[in-house]
Design a protein around this ligand. Structure first.
Ligand code: FES
Length: 359
């Protein structure tokens, strides 16, 4: 079940003019609940000045401890103009303050199926570095033969979050981490030339940086434009889609983002059956409601954060019936094939729909 826990801010570090790292202390009795895999995120609940509840997800930037309990979690928060929580976090939050936090979740994690000694590549934009930093550290720490290439798209070097942490990781693993910055608004004398990483550029650049056919997995994290450009380039380079894993940041306002799903005609007498926290119940959806909205009306403890198809916090498995979804950014193809849905994006398309939030 989606239970929030109060976690104290043990450390606050200014990363850039508009971004901070917050390290949250995990009490001993919650260490097991807050176990995580590199790449996963936390959902934070916050009430704004008007009392409205906001939920935001932030990836953990460091790999989980090897063999020991989780004692702390560090997230990076960049102030998004107009962002009610990010503005508060960057300007107001201080050491000793407490945040309401859901345990880690999310499927954007390292693939474990390689034979060892693999070479993974990540392409990130802006705060997309946060989960990838944890994944790169975990991959290099766990396998002394592993290699990792990290291509970061940033506006300027000064705007890049976790600049020092990435450099430290490179120093800890000499010759195994290749770190490149593609700056969109600043000239540099080394690395890729200034400019946006569009698909044509990536198609030329990637084979010059890495042996594309030998790369075991590709991790993409950033805004929609970058992820789509990278997917297009990798497809043109012959990379299998199953080797490409992506996590999107901020889908809502970007050009090219599909609109929210149009409600499908409401079937009179329709029923939604949901299992959550081991309890199963059946309810009658109201016209136009998503599966998540019907669930929340009856079970306010149902998990969710973005309600935009991006974070995957609401993920559930469809056991019976059909739903119609527009945005499925947070699901990989194998998850879709296995019947996973995003209830915040799903409208019932059959009279009876059954979902399981516990799988
Ligand atoms: S709440 Fe974020 S994907 Fe549904």
């Amino acid at each position: 079940m989606a239970a929030f826990h109060p976690l104290r801010i043990a450390r606050r570090e200014q990363l850039t003019d508009d971004a901070v790292a917050l390290t949250l202390q995990v009490p001993g009795d919650l260490a097991e609940r807050f176990r995580y895999a590199a790449g996963q995120h936390l959902t934070i609940r916050h009430h704004d000045a008007s009392g409205a509840e906001l939920r935001r997800t932030y990836s953990v930037c460091a790999p989980p401890p090897r063999g020991g309990p989780v004692r702390e979690l560090t997230i990076g928060v960049r102030h998004i103009p107009g962002g009610a929580f990010s503005g508060h976090a960057v300007q107001d939050l201080a050491e000793g303050d407490t945040l309401q936090v859901l345990p880690p979740a999310g499927g954007f994690t390292l693939r474990e199926d390689g034979p060892g000694g693999g070479h993974a590549v990540a392409i990130t934009g802006g705060s997309g570095i946060t989960p990838v930093l944890a994944m790169a550290a975990a991959a290099l720490d766990r396998d002394p033969a592993a290699r990792f290439t990290l291509l970061r798209s940033e506006r300027t070097a000064a705007a890049a979050m976790f600049l020092e942490a990435a450099a430290d990781l490179k120093d800890r693993h000499p010759g195994r981490l290749q770190l490149l910055y593609a700056l969109t608004r600043e000239e540099r004398h080394t690395g890729p030339a200034t400019g946006r990483l569009d698909s044509a550029r990536l198609r030329t650049l990637l084979p010059a940086l890495v042996p594309v056919v030998e790369v075991t997995d590709w991790y993409l994290c950033g805004p929609l434009g970058l992820i789509e450009a990278a997917r297009t380039a990798l497809g043109a380079l012959g990379v299998a889609r199953t080797r490409v894993h992506a996590e999107l940041f901020h889908a809502g306002t970007e050009a090219g983002a599909p609109p929210p799903p149009a409600p499908v005609p409401h079937a009179p007498g329709a029923r939604l059956t949901a299992t959550l926290g081991g309890q199963t119940a059946t309810w009658q959806p109201r016209p136009g409601e998503t599966v998540l909205e019907t669930t929340l009306r009856n079970r306010p403890d149902a998990p969710y954060a973005c309600k935009g198809g991006v974070c995957g916090t609401c993920r559930a498995r469809l056991l019976h019936g059909e739903v119609r979804m527009a945005r499925t950014y947070a699901l990989e193809e194998d998850e879709l094939a296995a019947g996973y849905i995003l209830p915040c994006q799903s409208h019932p398309a059959t009279a009876a729909v059954e979902v399981d939030y516990d799988t």
